[in-house]
Write a protein that binds this ligand. Sequence first.
Ligand code: ADP
Ligand code: MG
Length: 260
Amino acid sequence: MSLLTAENLSFSYPLDEGKKLDIFHNWNLKVQEGEILCLLGPSGCGKSTVLKLLAGFLAPSSGSVFYRDNPVRAPFKMGQMIFQDPSQLLPWLTVRENVLFPNIRRMPARRRKATLRKEPDEQLQQILGLSGMEEYGDFYPSQLSGGMKQRCALARSLYANPEILFMDEPFVSLDAPSRNSLQKLVLKLWEEKKKTILFVTHDIAEALLLADRLMILSTLNGAVKIQENPLSRPRRRQNPDFLKQEARLYSYLESSEMTL
Ligand code: ADP
Ligand code: MG
C-alpha cells in the first residue's frame, strides 16, 4: 500500500496583478512505505513546494494528497518536517526541552514547567542517544555546532514517532564531515526504525547515497521524472559505479531538457 499519495496535483503561487506562477500541473506520486525518496533538482525548481504540499504545509491549487487514504489538509503528527535552517530550534530552551517542546506547548504553563523539570523519560534518552546527542541534553542551541543543531531538530521530530520524515535540504549548511555523519544517521533511521523518508537535496551525490528512488524536477516546465536508484547498498562514494552514476545524473540535470 502506498503510504502517501498525490493525485492530479497542481500548484501555483499567486503573484501581483492577478498573475500566477505555475509550479506543476496534474502530477501524481505514490510513496511506498519504508522507502527513501530523494527530490533532486536545481534551485528554484519547486522542491520545497512539493515537500510542503505533501506534508500539508501548503494546500494544492487542485488535486489531493492522502496519507494512508486520509486526505492531508494540514501538517500531521505522523509526518514530521525537518528544515535546512539550524535556527529552527528555540534558543531559550535546552536540547532536551527543544525535543520535548512540540509535545508540551499546548499544556498549561504550570504543567509544562513541571514536565520540563522531571527526570528525562526513557524514550527521550533513547532518542537523544540515537541522534548522538545524549551528552548534550542540557546545552542551549548557541552552544551547539550546526551539525549538532540538526541532530537536535531530528531528535525533536523523532520524539513524535512519525512514520514519515520530510527533510528539506537539512544538511546544506554543514561542513563535509558533519554532513557525512548525518547522512549515516539518516540511513540508520531508515534501516533500524523503518522510517519512510522524503529527502530534498540539490546534491547529486547525497541523493545517490540515500535514495531508493530519485524524483527529478525540472525548472523548464514543471516536468517530473521518477527513477529507481540503480546502485545497490551499501554505497560508497569512491566506488566506480557510484562515480559513473553521479556523472550520468550530472549531465542529465545539465542537459537543456532539464534546466533553463
Ligand atoms: P526549490 O526548493 O527547488 O529551490 P521552491 O519550491 O522554494 O524551489 O520555489 C519554486 C519557485 O516558486 C521559485 O521560482 C520560487 O521563487 C517560487 N516561490 C517560492 N515560494 C513562493 C511564494 N511564497 N510566492 C511566490 N513564489 C514563490
Ligand atoms: Mg528549497
